[in-house]
Design a protein around this ligand. Structure first.
Ligand code: SF4
Length: 242
């Protein structure tokens, strides 16, 4: 599969490394386990004006007819996705909004979704999104299939981000690894850096983030990010993450 872009963002962020994917995405949809419940994210980008502090992907306009046209295209996208799915699955959650999301199946411009162990991102420009749908193609622009290592690391990072804690036994039983061996490099780095600054406490069976460590959570997570390890940022990121 040909890579079309190398993102410099890390695994803990929305997007990683993407490759070109129309057929790949069709395959993911066709291989979906229909017994699994789906969570959906629908990107609704229209606002009447752009707030100065907004960092979201929005289209600022007072023309409601443009938003109505977008809804028609969303319907087309949903129909197209349904045609590629083996059977209908149950949907348990629907998120509507303007913040590009991951971990859900995404609809609408620029949405990032997770389908069948891969991240996929839709076209970011309205014109591209519309023209792909007009020609009967799924409006997917980029995608990335997670490796086994990506999945382990994602689980560790999510646990740190969401629970401020990693239970080695839980990761070991989920992924069939020995945490201490698999992450020996990371544990040594964690112990020398954040551990010695009392930002994390590392015990035999777990890592816990301290109250002070919560201010540096992203720095702590970055230690488990293989992509950042292989290509460290050119400038120090310490202050930018606080
Ligand atoms: S998404 Fe929210 S913050 Fe951004 S422009 Fe629209 S209303 Fe403002």
């Amino acid at each position: 599969m040909a890579y079309c872009n190398q993102s410099r963002k890390g695994l803990y962020e929305d997007a990683i490394t993407f490759f070109c994917i129309a057929d790949f995405f069709n395959g993911l949809l066709e291989g979906l386990d229909v017994t699994e419940h789906l969570s959906l994210y629908v990107h609704l980008p229209f606002c009447e004006h752009r707030c100065t502090f907004c960092g979201c992907h929005v289209v600022a306009t007072r023309r409601h007819d443009l938003a109505a046209e977008y809804l028609d295209y969303l319907e087309k996208e949903i129909d197209l996705i349904c045609q590629h799915m083996p059977e209908r699955s149950s949907v348990t959650q629907i998120h509507l909004g303007v913040k590009r999301s991951s971990s859900l199946m995404g609809f609408g411009i620029s949405s990032i979704g997770e389908v069948g162990g891969a991240y996929v991102q839709n076209a970011k420009k309205l014109s591209t999104y519309y023209s792909m749908l007009d020609s009967g193609r799924l409006p997917v622009e980029r995608g990335y299939q997670l490796s086994a290592d990506d999945r382990v690391r994602r689980s560790v990072i999510l646990s740190l981000m969401c629970n401020l804690y990693v239970d080695f036994a839980q990761i070991e039983s989920e992924f069939g690894i020995r945490f201490g061996e698999y992450f020996s490099l990371e544990l040594a780095e964690l112990s020398d850096g954040p551990g010695s600054d009392n930002l994390v406490v590392i015990d035999e069976g777990d890592i816990a983030v301290t109250a002070t460590g919560q201010l540096f959570l992203r720095n702590i997570c970055m230690i488990f990010d293989r992509y950042l390890r292989e290509k460290p940022p050119e400038k120090p990121m310490y202050s930018r993450t606080v």
